[in-house]
Write a protein that binds this ligand. Sequence first.
Ligand code: M6R
Length: 609
Amino acid sequence: MCGIVGYVGSKNAKEKIISGLKSLEYRGYDSAGIAIPINGSVDVRKCVGGIDNLEKIIDDINYDGAVGIGHTRWATHGAPSVINAHPHINASGDIAVVHNGIIENYTEIKEWLVDSYGIEFKSETDTEVIAHLIGVYYDGDLHEAVNRAVKKMRGAYAIAAIAANEPDKIVAVRKDAPLVAGLGKGFNFVASDIPAVLKYVREIYLIENNETLVITKDDVKIFDKDGKTVKRDVFHVTWDVDAAEKGGYEHFMIKEIHEQPDGIKDTLNKRVDKDGNIMLDDIKLTAEDVAGFNRVYIVACGTAYHAGLIGKYTIEKFAGIPVEVDVASEFRYRDPFVDDKTLFIAISQSGETLDTLAALREAKSKGARILSVVNVVGSSVARESDDVFYTWAGPEISVASTKAYTTQLACMYLLSLYIGKLNGHISDNYYNEIIDALRDIPEKVQEILDRKSVVEKLANTFYKKEKIFFVGRGTDTVASKEGSLKLKEISYINSFAIAAGELKHGTIALIDEETLLFALATQDRLFEKMVSNVEEIKARGARVIAIAKEGNEQIAEKSDEVIFIPQAIDEVMPLLAIVPLQLFAYYVSKNRGCNVDKPKNLAKSVTVE
Ligand code: M6R
């Protein structure tokens, strides 16, 4: 992952780069650095930690210029350290490079550089080979040297390079890692993502794979892999930079949890007319296409994978097509049965998750129809899909995904109903019942948020527990998995989730007096069985918090605590059941003094395999 920012203008490069890097910290934040050509050499400053630390080591007045590159890192090759932080420089120290991605053949290149040029490496990173490669090819033309270096490299990368002898330009390249150019008047940017430049520009070039950029203050030239000039349409960003800031909340996570009613409402209202018809403008599926599908694959990672698991329930139920759901990192290594009768659905908030992108490409190469559910407009997953269903959740900054998840769920409901209508599987009455239930969801999510103090009190009571487990049946199993993921990723508490019926086949051995267990019981048809499961768990001494629909008092008698959530039909409960679990994870993390928005070892956008 990692974030890169480059600026070319007339002055204040330092300020612009720092501002951009701050907006990219969601891509990684274990170390950071900046390089600016000053007085005929490249001055590089690096530190461990986030951009706040970087600011402290560049605050001297002599450190600034018209051009520069910066980086925020999430370690892959080599531990987070000053030496391993980017930018990396060549042997003579006059070329600096920042990089996002992985150079797969870096060992081979390194050996070649050592044997042929006697180069001494300082860091453990793969990136350092890029700086040296450009260095050995450089004879006054940075663009040419970068082109030659790229020909030797395999892997996924976005790179930005500067040279002391050409202090008026940045050369950048993209291959399988995101890159955009921001277009100003008398200045230009290059960056990993749009928020990095939004404070200064709204006109963007979305860069494609294997394209090289030469950026000067008055021009951004794009070249394809054969060196031909590419003409690119300008993409105008309409969303506001304020949308990416905290807006009075203590953390991005709690802000984003509170944005869910609006996010779900936007996703639904803009696609469903007053008569309940679903209009999906970016999806060109016809009844004939749908009749030709014999299976659906849903592939994603982490939270998006959980949205896929709910998608299995909804597509099978509303559209009657068999669905397989896979984590993206597994999918492409197991020879899946994908062909031109397959509908392949990729779900991704960022649209840049490398495993998801690679799975998508694998399915595409086998002839599948590719439909993606994506939040970031113009992201790689979106661009490589036949059809795109945007979640329109707005920028999600907190590493722990919340509003992206519930809007992904909303999309899966609409998509399943849409396909069910196209193939005639769903009856009109049932279709209308689901649409009506979905329309009420934003208000019901708001009700849960209005009563968040109930969840906060429970978190204040139980935050010191070291074992917190989650069980449920049917779609509650999925909500359990997502609740458990939220808790472990931001609180570092040992947690798992399991289908309640499976508990007694082994895992119940872990339950004792020290355990706190969430029992999700929001499915009416499985309610009695969940009540029995709660009795089994209580008999082993665990403390139980149940999540149940209002009015289901029976479970209150059996458990220690209950969080009641509004009544709705079973089918749409996944949109409600997850909300108290998101809140619980948030308040526990806060109580434990963890870094809520930037948990350790994680990054928002995982663009490495
Ligand atoms: O951007 P994506 O939706 O493709 O990201 C997938 C996962 O990395 C992501 O959902 C991750 O699991 C979240 N941190 C969970 O909160």
